[in-house]
Design a protein around this ligand. Structure first.
Ligand code: PHE
Length: 461
């Protein structure tokens, strides 16, 4: 029975520290950086948002990232197994994390599939003069049939392709599949996205766009919602409380520097967010200048609308727009895939630990089940509606519950605080001590407040 810490010896492992760092960055850098961060920053004080964002990163993001690294590495297991080793009664906390990953996997794939289609659409600007109509009516076929279970082949085929890739990568295992994808994907992503941002900054109107993003509204700092937005962004962006970072850490060698690489991941992720902020708002500045309006008057500056309506509109008006489009959607696909793999690995790894399965069996079980469900739910015309609701509950309420439960199970009931603090200190380049424990406990209190606030807001919306 896989419960004693000593059974971890046969566990798969990364080929080295760099591979782990790239994989963790791959999980962190995703849609959250490209389309969530810029919009959140803009809506929540612009330049002034950097203050709550940095505070959230330092007081919650990094400490919790340390915590997940410590738990995964010390107890050498996916979330359910690691928590079970802390206390038999805590296994459920891990399954909660896994359940959220499972749900996210269902729709994250859909967005990657859309981006894949749009990558190909870019080359001949398929949406012509009407990106919104094209997206809703022709691509998703929302206008013609309304909400229903009619399958949309244009969505279904790329969706099946993405699932096939995901299953193959997972089945190849940690070192040959997940690691390879990231070692190739992340440098490629930085290159693709870097070219895109440089091009965006050279567009007419780019400066106004960037100015619109970074003009600080300091009055936002007294608004609690702005702070909640900052903490929410940091958690989602660093893939925290999903069991993902915990699982990735469980594949590290026994003698590992835990804190140093975590800091690289955290700052690398934030740098990518800033880069995306520049690129997205430079592009929006160009669009605003074209249309003779202020950036503030533009609609669809984040999320699905940004990527599949607003950007296509810009691309159609830009010299060399085809290439810009192809680079943008390729970036979305790569960033999305590396995040998707991490959530699926969290689920697959949990099943492998629980039932003693091989990576291949885990990959096939998780992949085929999720693929079927995701095609039923999202290959149909109901896609957009389900997506929004699921996304909000899973990501805003579900993970906060998961985060508090993780801290409670490990530090409060499991009483592993000192043990983990020691574990983080022994082999790590950056030493943490008491302060870290105090901070993590304080975060839990803050999260409880967030939880009440968000639940009330979502339930009354
Ligand atoms: N961190 C990813 C992003 O920013 C999303 C994600 C969340 C990935 C949870 C894995 C787990 O897009």
């Amino acid at each position: 029975e896989p419960t004693a810490p000593s059974t971890g010896s046969k566990r798969e492992h990364w080929s080295g520290q760099t591979a782990f760092i790239l994989a963790a960055i791959g999980s962190a850098v995703g849609l959250g950086n490209i389309w969530r961060f810029p919009g959140e920053a803009y809506d929540n004080g612009g330049g002034a948002f950097m203050i709550p964002y940095l505070v959230a990163l330092i007081t919650a993001g990094i400490p919790i990232l340390f915590l997940e690294n410590a738990i995964g590495h010390r107890f050498r297991g996916s979330a359910p197994l690691a928590f079970r080793r802390i206390s038999r009664r805590a296994e459920g906390v891990g399954w909660w994390h896994v359940a959220i990953c499972f749900v996210i996997g269902l729709y994250y794939t859909v967005i990657i599939a859309w981006a894949l289609s749009y990558f190909f659409f870019s080359f001949d600007l398929a949406w012509a003069g009407d990106p919104a109509g094209f997206f809703n009516d022709e691509f998703l076929q929302l206008g013609e049939v309304g909400v229903g279970l009619d399958f949309v082949p244009g969505v279904l085929i790329p969706l099946a392709a993405i699932w096939a890739v995901a299953i193959v990568v997972l089945a190849l295992g940690v070192a040959h599949g997940v690691e390879k994808l990231n070692v190739i994907g992340i440098p490629l992503l930085v290159a693709t996205f870097g070219v895109l941002v440089v091009r965006a900054l050279m567009l007419d109107g780019a400066a106004q766009g960037v100015e619109a993003l970074f003009t600080p509204d300091f009055s936002a700092l007294t608004n609690p919602d702005v702070w909640i937005a900052a903490y929410g962004q940091v958690f989602f962006s660093l893939s925290l409380a999903y069991g993902v970072m915990l699982t990735y850490a469980s594949y590290r060698e026994r003698r590992s520097n835990l804190t140093g690489p975590a800091l690289v991941v955290a700052f690398g992720n934030s740098s990518f967010s800033l880069l995306a902020g520049l690129g997205v708002f430079a592009t929006l500045g160009f669009l605003a200048a074209r249309e003779g309006v202020a950036v503030a008057d533009l609609e669809g500056i984040a999320g699905v609308q940004l990527s599949f309506v607003t950007f296509p509109a810009v691309i159609a008006q830009m010299p060399g727009g085809q290439w810009f489009g192809a680079l943008f959607f390729a970036s979305l696909v790569i960033a999305g895939l590396t995040s998707l793999i991490s959530v699926l690995q969290s689920v697959s790894s949990a099943l492998q630990d629980k039932f003693g399965w091989t990576p291949r069996r885990g990959a096939l079980t998780v992949g085929l089940t999720s693929a079927t469900l995701s095609m039923l739910l999202f290959g149909t015309t109901t896609a957009l509606y389900v997506l929004d609701v699921v996304d909000q509950w899973a990501n805003q309420v579900g993970i906060v519950v998961g985060a508090v439960a993780m801290i409670a199970a490990t530090l409060w009931f499991g009483r592993r605080g000192r043990e983990l603090a020691r574990h983080l200190t022994v082999l790590s380049s950056v030493k943490v001590g008491r302060v870290w424990l105090v901070v993590v406990n304080a975060v839990a209190v803050l999260l409880l407040y967030m939880l009440v606030d968000t639940t009330v807001r979502l339930a009354t919306e």
